[in-house]
Design a protein around this ligand. Sequence first.
Ligand code: SF4
Ligand code: SF4
Length: 329
Amino acid sequence: MTYLLVVSNLFCNHKCTYCIQQESSLDVRMNPDKVDVDILLKFLGRNRIAHSVKLMGGESTMHPDFEKMMDGLLDIYPKVVLTTNLNGKWYRKFPETLEKMKRWKRKVKWNTTFHPAWMEADVYIERVRTMKEAGLWLDQVAATDTPQLTPEIADKLHNADIGWKLQIFTGRNEAGELMPRTWDDVRTQYPLLYYPSKYIDHYEDYQQECEDANYSDSMYRAEWVSCTTSYFLIGPDNLIYPCHRHLYAQDRRYASGSLEDVEMSNFKFKWSKLFGRWTMPCDTKCNPCDFRSVKLKPMGKPAHPPARLPAFSQPGPPRVQGRNHSPNT
Ligand code: SF4
Ligand code: SF4
């Protein structure tokens, strides 16, 4: 199924130790990019791509045009799925914020995650309760299973009876390693998240597929693969990417095209409107969370020394090589 996601900005009001954006994008000073809302809405108004749209960051509520973006997306789509940490400037005067939320009614599905290092559990609980009482659609009320989530905090969230759930950890562990680490981890700890045999023809070696995919010295595969992906991901740099790995690293070689190309006539890869997917050759490893919407086939072509794809030509400053982002936000 087509997965349409807008990553409006990579900066965030938190700085979680387990976030895989740690070194590149969390701080607005390092990655100030933010999607141009007028251009975004013009593009999606012409190309709806999917029946609903997902919006996340970083923390999307920090985008200076966040409310305009939400209003515009809700004019185009019957549903917006918003992932947020329920914290930060936009939420500060909560009673006023609640009135704005109510304006969007139940067309917004709120996916919230609690991050214990940056927010009091009582504040999170109170906000969730208030939103529920106001009749808003809270789909996810979760905290990620990290060392910061002490048993006391977990008990408090559990006893608050707000529908809280523990979320599987898919970020960086304390040693800085991307989790999961091996296919054994996937089989034993993440069976509901990934079914590798379903998505990858030869999936025996986890390290070939995604381990350390975000480190520049080991992010390339030994062989090219043909990747079919139903991700249509719009980045904060106004470019469109086929997967999280390329978007979070802002790897322009794999940007399919620009939001400014409303007709999609100069796109490097062709989006099949019929099947809702791209197919492209790729020489880099994946972010683990990409597996759910891609299908990989070996091409039998060595990638080292890598024959590089030309970058999508759009003027702009060079990017910091980023690490990928987990779906933890
Ligand atoms: S193979 Fe992995 S990194 Fe390459 S385009 Fe597909 S999902 Fe992205
Ligand atoms: S995990 Fe989410 S909330 Fe925490 S720093 Fe990363 S993007 Fe922000």
